[in-house]
Design a protein around this ligand. Structure first.
Ligand SMILES: [Zn+2]
Length: 263
């Protein structure tokens, strides 16, 4: 079963908003360049292989693992892709297509460059809705389909993978992704075993947060214990999300704002 790590942007100290979505909520997933390099070094020390740049169902025994990057921030090319390529690695980049060519996000030429360099490009929806799982089936479908078509027109290749924005996964989100032509959908649910939903494979990922040490990220690839711990925490949060709705989102933002105000 593949083990997939979920990263976001890599930004210099004090310049969190330079790449990706602005604000303290997004910043908690952003690493500084030296930290990201240390993560890659730690992963390289224990990883049995290079990260996979393709996905084959039934890789259970192959120790496959992947590095994925959500949102399509401008740091995808530099430093992220540069640092991956120093090791001969390639990553999976999921793009919020409405943000292309806007401040903090990839330009279309940068996206083409990323693809030419061998990285995998997928959809992260058009507009990155706050809660995709609460959108109508029609809107979910257009978020996936229009984003896929936009990427295909920019890159001239088939786009078959995507990742769920904001971690708001549901059965309906998977069904709309499959209907829009995606064959592989990454969630933010910390699971290793892929699931099938129609023609679409659903694959969980383990999120890397700011402040997570390089060894803590790397050990996710090797040991089931930290993966189980993240799964337990995720299950708790998911319950809160389902019970709290908007209140949960406000509470989460307040929590992180206070966390950032602390010395
Ligand atoms: Zn996102």
């Amino acid at each position: 079963m593949p083990i997939v790590l979920l990263y976001h942007d890599v930004t210099p100290a004090g310049q969190d908003d330079l790449s990706g979505f602005p604000g303290p909520g997004a910043a908690r997933y952003k690493l500084q360049p030296d930290d990201f390099r240390a993560h890659l070094d730690a992963i390289q020390r224990i990883a049995p292989t290079s990260p996979a740049a393709c996905f084959v169902d039934g890789q259970a025994s192959s120790q496959a693992w992947m590095l994925t990057f959500d949102d399509g921030g401008s740091s995808s090319v530099q430093p992220i892709a540069d640092l991956l390529e120093e090791r001969g690695w390639r990553g999976w980049f999921f793009i919020t297509t409405d943000r292309l060519d806007t401040p903090g996000f990839l330009t279309r030429p940068q996206l083409q460059d990323l693809y030419r360099r061998g990285h995998v490009i997928g959809s992260h929806s058009c507009s990155h809705p706050l809660r995709l799982s609460h959108c109508s089936p029609e809107m979910q479908l257009s978020e996936w389909r229009d984003s896929r078509l936009e990427l295909e027109s920019i890159l001239g290749c088939a786009i078959t993978s995507g990742s769920v924005p904001g971690g708001f996964f549901s059965r309906g989100v998977a069904q709309s992704a499959a209907k829009a032509g995606l064959r592989l959908l990454f969630t933010s649910e910390p699971m290793t075993s892929p699931q099938r939903m129609g023609d679409c494979t659903i694959q969980g990922r383990f999120t890397v947060y700011r402040g997570m040490t390089p060894s803590s990220a790397a050990v996710l690839l090797r040991s089931p214990w930290p993966r189980w711990r993240q799964s337990a925490w995720w299950t708790t949060k998911k319950l809160a999300k389902s019970m709290g709705g908007e209140a949960y989102i406000r509470l989460r933002e307040q929590f992180w704002r206070h966390a950032y105000a602390a010395p």
